[in-house]
Design a protein around this ligand. Structure first.
Ligand SMILES: N[C@@H](CCC(=O)N[C@@H](CS)C(=O)NCC(=O)O)C(=O)O
Length: 334
């Protein structure tokens, strides 16, 4: 979108001169008061946390949006922060609302047909990509923030008095480690799969795949005797890791050519992924039909046939075998 106008001539996949995928930075970056942004950084000024005031626009397909849905579910904020879900298939018009499709909703605030109209409502001169997730403030009628890492911090740390689960995913004593893991896995794992899949030169692809599998090999070793990504407690680092691992075997392995191994080939990463899938509250956030339909049918440059592969259909609900490791899920998870 440029100056509030939808443009059809903007490349869906952007890369630099070496063929390396470049992700634009997001532009709405306000914070809800009370959010713990870092170990010693609590936001003082900003819109107040309130029940019923905030709204999320998500795609069930998107790993970044999935982080926000998962944080909302683990904290028990389903009745506090409302959600609209876009059509998983994104075509020339960008993200669209298609309530007739399974799992999709209307745009509940204004009755809009396209997510770009929500962006224009917030800023009539908006220039930038129209991405999910979006955290919307119904009172100020604007976008608070459209960066998943920041939205998950807000949902986990600013809404304590409204959360029905006593769950803290950014606990004292773990915060530096959580931040380090989130920063470390972003370029090589979370964005690493996109660097591989959207690479426009062999070298850029080779680099991305090497970084990705080096990181996964290391994490498999770490998770052999460590229950979660930042230690023995479930944290935001697991939320960040999870949404990429969940999509890996069904999509990134094939569609993005990340095919040295599947997650199911890694003993510990695979058990870890299964445990996270089985945590109370997680299953309703899992929508593999949206995930597969989105990736295989929204990137004509990568998959011109638009066909969606049938497999491999991993069994995320097989026993995970991690109960003997130190630590465990939050006791209040319900
Ligand atoms: N940095 C953003 C990235 C969000 C993002 O790229 N979302 C994708 C869907 S997976 C999107 O909406 N892409 C639309 C586009 O780039 O035009 C975040 O983490 O929230």
């Amino acid at each position: 979108m440029i100056d509030g106008e939808w443009r059809y001539d903007v490349e869906q996949i952007q890369s630099d001169e070496t063929g390396e995928f470049e992700r634009d930075t997001t532009s709405f970056r306000d914070w809800i008061a009370g959010t713990r942004r870092g170990p010693d950084d609590v936001v003082e000024d900003g819109p107040e946390p309130e029940a019923g005031r905030y709204h999320l626009y998500v795609s069930y397909a998107c790993p970044w949006a999935h982080r926000t849905l998962l944080t909302r579910a683990l904290n028990g904020l389903e009745d506090v922060v409302s959600v609209d879900v876009v059509d998983p298939v994104r075509k020339n018009e960008g993200w669209e609302f298609a309530p007739e499709k399974p799992g999709c909703t209307t745009e509940s605030q204004y009755g809009y047909d396209f997510l770009r109209e929500v962006y224009a409502e917030a800023d009539e001169d908006y220039t930038g990509r129209v991405t999910v997730p979006v955290l919307w403030d119904k009172e100020e009628e604007t976008i608070v923030n459209n960066e998943s890492e920041e939205i998950m911090r807000m949902l986990d740390t600013a809404f304590g008095e409204y959360a029905t689960n006593d769950v803290d995913l950014y606990p004292e004593g773990y915060r530096e480690d959580v931040d380090d893991v989130i920063d470390d896995i972003y370029p090589v794992i979370n964005n690493g799969v996109y660097r591989a899949g959207f690479a426009e030169s062999q070298e850029a692809y080779d680099d991305a795949v090497a970084d990705l599998f080096d990181a996964l090999d290391q994490w498999d070793e770490t998770l052999a005797d460590q229950r979660y990504a930042a230690g023995d407690r479930l944290t935001l680092a697991d939320v960040a890791m999870f949404t990429t691992l969940y999509r890996f075997d069904e999509v990134y392995h094939t569609h993005f050519k990340c095919n040295e191994k599947r997650i199911a080939d890694y003993e510990h990463l695979w058990g870890y992924l299964r445990e996270l899938c089985q945590l109370p509250g997680v299953e309703p956030t899992l929508h593999m039909d949206h995930v597969k339909n989105h990736y295989y049918r929204s990137h004509p440059d990568v998959n011109p046939s638009n066909l969606v592969p049938v497999g491999p259909d991993p069994d995320f609900f097989a026993p995970h075998g991690r109960d003997d490791l130190p630590g465990g899920p939050p006791t209040d998870l319900a």
